[in-house]
Design a binder for this molecule. Structure first.
Ligand SMILES: C[S@@+](CC[C@H](N)C(=O)[O-])C[C@H]1O[C@@H](n2cnc3c(N)ncnc32)[C@H](O)[C@@H]1O
Length: 511
C-alpha cells in the first residue's frame, strides 16, 4: 500500500483558508446532533435511510444529507445504494474511536470553544482571557494547548487524526483570519521583525503576538531567525505579488461564516439560518464583501469562460449569436462569449446594483458596443420566447433553493431558440453524491445560508429533460463543471477545447 503524499504548503493554505473551519463544524455538528451515535456500525447492523435518521434525530433531511455526504466522502461513514435508496452506516474504523467514552469526552470538551476562538483578535489585543457568555475564556492558552503543548494521549492514530480535524482545523482557519485582520501577515511579509517591533507596529500585546507567530510557525508559515520573525521561505514564495491580498480577502469571506458554522447543528435540526442570504439586508452585506472576491478572481475565471466559449463554438458556431448571461456578476462569462467572435451580442442580466460593475468591465474589454444590460430578478423574470442562441447560467443555480430549479429551467428553455444551447457552469457532484470534497463543502455552505443544493449530472439531466432539453453533456473544467443542454438533434461538444486553442480565436485588439 502506498502512503498518501503529504499536502504541499500551497494545498494546506488553500484548505485552511476555505474549508478547514467547515471540516471542524461538520464533525462538531454531527457529534452535537447525535449523528455518530445514531448511525449503525458498518457490518454490525443494517444501514439506515436518510429519512429514518432524520426522524430519529428530529432533523431536516436536507441538512442531514449535507453532513452525511461529507462524512461518506471523508471515510467516516459508508453509503450503499443510489438516489432515494441510499442507506448509511458508521465506518468500522471510525466506530473504533467514536464508541470510546473517554475519547468522546475529549471531543465534548472542545465543543464550548467555537465562539471563544472567534474572539482570538480580542485575546491578542488584551493578552489575557476574554469575557464571553458570563465567563472568561483563555483563548491564547487554548491555542497553546492545541498547537504548542504536548498533544493529548489518544487511543489510536486514527483517533488523533479525527481529533485534529475536529478541534484544530477550525482553529487554523480562525488563526489565519485573525492574522489577516490584524495586518500581521502583511507586516511579516514586508520584512522580519522582532517581537517588540511587531508590538510597536500593531499596538498588540507581545504575549498575544507570540502565540500567533509560534502557531503560524507550526503551520510552516513563519520562521524565527536571530530573534526576528518573518514569513518562512515557502510562505514568502507562495504569498508573493497579489497572492497575499487575495488570501486576506478570501479569509474575510470565511470569517463571515464563523458564527453560523458554530451553530450548524441548530440549522441542520430546524433549518433556522443564522446567515440567511435570502434576507435582503444580510445578503447585501455579504455580497458587498464577496463581490471584491469575484472581481479578484476575474482573470482566472475569464480564462475558464473563454475556454468554455471556444469549446461550444467548435460544435455550434457563435457568429451573430444572441447570448443571455443570467446572474452575470462581474460579466466574466458573457464577456468571454462576446470575445469569441466580433459579431456575438450579449445580454447581461443581474440585479441593477451589480450591473454597474459589468458595464465597466465590458468597456475595458472593448465589448460594450455589443452589450445590453438587463436588470431584474431571476426568480421571476420572463426571459421571452425563442430569443437566444445561447443562455448561460454561470455559478448562479447554487443560490436558488432546489424547489426553484424547475421554474427557472422552464423559463430558460422557452427563451432558447430551437437550436439553442443552455450552458450551466456549476459544481456538479459525482453520481454517488459523495464527492468531490471541495464541492460538498461548497454545498454545505449553500445549505447553511438558505441557498441552493448541488446536483449530479444525471439529476440535472432529469430536470432539463422535463423542459424539453433532452440532450445533455457534462464536461469538467479545471475547477468546476460545464453542463451543456439542448433539444434533441442539436450538436454539442463532448470534450474541452485545448487551452492553446483559446488564444488562436482571440479577435484583433480593439475589435
Ligand atoms: C455567485 S454569483 C455568480 C457571478 C458570476 N456569474 C460568476 O460566475 O462569477 C451569483 C450572481 O447571481 C446574482 N443574483 C442572485 N440573486 C439574484 C436575483 N434574485 N436576481 C438577479 N440576480 C441575482 C448575484 O447578484 C450574483 O451576481
Amino acid at each position: 500500500m502506498t502512503a498518501t503524499p503529504s499536502p504541499t504548503l500551497a494545498q494546506s493554505l488553500h484548505f485552511w483558508a476555505r474549508n478547514a473551519s467547515n471540516e471542524s463544524a461538520l464533525l462538531q455538528a454531527s457529534l452535537r446532533l447525535g449523528l455518530f451515535a445514531a448511525l449503525p456500525v458498518e457490518g454490525d447492523a443494517p444501514p439506515v435511510s436518510l429519512d429514518a435518521l432524520a426522524r430519529e434525530l428530529r432533523a431536516s433531511p436536507r441538512g442531514l444529507r449535507s453532513l452525511l455526504e461529507l462524512l461518506v466522502c471523508l471515510g467516516f461513514a459508508r453509503q450503499d445504494g443510489q438516489g432515494d435508496e441510499r442507506r448509511f452506516a458508521l465506518a468500522r474504523t471510525a466506530a473504533g474511536f467514536l464508541r470510546d467514552a473517554s475519547f468522546l469526552s475529549t471531543l465534548q470538551a472542545e465543543l464550548p470553544w467555537w465562539e471563544p476562538l472567534g474572539l482570538l483578535d480580542e485575546a491578542v489585543k488584551r493578552g489575557e482571557p476574554v469575557p464571553h457568555g458570563g465567563q472568561r475564556w483563555d483563548v491564547l492558552g487554548h491555542y497553546r494547548a492545541l498547537f504548542l503543548d504536548a498533544p493529548p494521549a489518544l487511543p489510536s492514530p486514527e483517533a488523533a487524526d479525527f481529533f485534529d480535524r475536529f478541534a484544530r482545523s477550525g482553529a487554523r482557519t480562525q488563526l489565519l483570519i485573525t492574522a489577516g485582520r490584524l495586518g500581521l501577515l502583511e507586516l511579516l511579509a514586508a520584512s522580519p521583525k522582532t517581537m517588540p517591533e511587531l508590538g510597536a507596529a500593531t499596538y498588540l500585546t507581545t504575549s498575544g503576538l507570540r502565540v500567533l507567530v509560534e502557531v503560524l510557525a507550526k503551520l510552516g508559515l513563519t520562521r524565527e531567525d536571530g530573534g526576528a520573525w518573518g514569513l518562512s521561505p515557502e510562505a514568502k514564495q507562495l504569498l508573493e505579488g497579489k497572492a497575499l491580498a487575495y488570501l486576506v480577502r478570501s479569509l474575510s469571506v470565511s470569517a463571515q461564516y464563523w458564527e453560523a458554522l458554530g451553530k450548524l447543528d441548530e440549522t441542520v435540526r430546524s433549518e433556522r439560518f443564522i446567515l440567511d442570504l435570502k434576507d435582503p439586508e444580510v445578503s447585501r452585506r455579504f455580497y458587498a464583501d464577496n463581490s471584491n472576491q469575484i472581481t479578484a478572481v476575474f482573470a482566472s475565471h475569464f480564462q475558464l469562460s473563454r475556454r468554455a466559449a471556444t469549446t461550444l463554438a467548435r460544435a455550434r458556431p457563435l457568429e451573430g449569436a444572441k447570448v443571455l448571461d443570467i446572474g452575470t456578476g462581474s460579466g466574466v462569462w458573457g464577456a468571454a462569449f462576446a470575445r469569441a467572435t466580433p459579431t456575438t451580442h450579449v445580454t447581461y442580466f443581474d440585479q441593477a446594483v451589480v450591473l454597474e460593475q459589468v458595464r465597466r468591465n465590458t468597456e475595458s474589454l472593448k465589448v460594450s458596443d455589443r452589450a445590453r444590460f438587463w436588470p431584474g430578478d431571476l426568480f421571476t423574470q420572463d426571459f421571452g420566447e425563442a430569443d437566444f442562441d445561447v443562455i448561460i447560467l454561470p455559478q448562479v443555480l447554487n443560490v436558488l433553493r432546489p424547489e426553484a430549479l424547475p421554474g427557472i429551467f422552464a423559463r430558460v428553455a422557452r427563451a432558447l431558440r430551437p437550436d439553442g444551447v443552455l450552458l450551466i457552469a456549476e459544481y456538479v457532484l459525482n453520481e454517488g453524491r459523495d464527492g468531490p470534497l471541495d464541492h460538498l463543502y461548497f454545498g454545505l455552505r449553500r445549505f447553511m445560508t438558505n441557498e441552493g443544493d448541488l446536483l449530479s449530472a444525471s439529476e440535472y439531466g432529469r430536470l432539463l429533460a422535463d423542459v424539453g432539453l433532452t440532450s445533455t453533456v457534462c464536461i469538467p473544467l479545471p475547477t468546476q463543471e460545464m453542463l451543456l443542454a439542448a433539444r434533441q438533434g442539436v450538436s454539442l461538444p463532448t470534450q474541452l477545447a485545448p487551452a492553446d486553442s483559446v488564444a488562436r480565436q482571440e479577435p484583433a485588439r480593439g475589435s
